[in-house]
Design a protein. Structure first.
Length: 123
């Protein structure tokens, strides 16, 4: 199964603005998406900046709304699956990046953590 990572236009705009605020060269800038252990369901989403020199053969690169997105292939295939990343505005606690798994693997009650997609494929 081929997975992909997509950013909504709002999320892409926020990322581009963050790169600009940090004086990051957009030609060398990547948004690294991943997962780390945590939460009541097993994993939490993770995002960081990466430059071209940090992209390896083990990574998959996507472009979405003008932002280059990089994710480790193993993490993409076994943990994340396809994602849509949005940026939500609103009250202070509601503001920020929101991740939506296209093939939901199991999200905890608070929505802050999730189970790996490989568990869903086995079901």
């Amino acid at each position: 199964m081929a997975y992909e990572i997509k950013l909504t236009e709002k999320a892409a705009q926020v990322v581009r603005e963050a790169f600009q605020a940090e004086a990051v060269d957009p030609a060398q800038a990547y948004l690294r998406v991943g997962a780390r252990p945590g939460g009541c369901s097993g994993f939490k989403f993770d995002m960081d900046y990466a430059n071209a020199g940090q992209v390896t053969d083990g990574d998959q690169v996507f472009e979405s709304n003008g932002v280059k997105v990089v994710v480790n292939r193993e993490t993409l295939n076994d943990v994340l699956g396809s994602l849509e990343i949005d940026f939500q505005t609103g009250a202070m606690m509601e503001r920020g990046f929101k991740f939506r798994q296209i093939l939901e693997s199991g999200v905890c009650g608070c929505g802050e953590s999730f189970a790996p997609v490989k568990q869903q494929r086995k079901a």
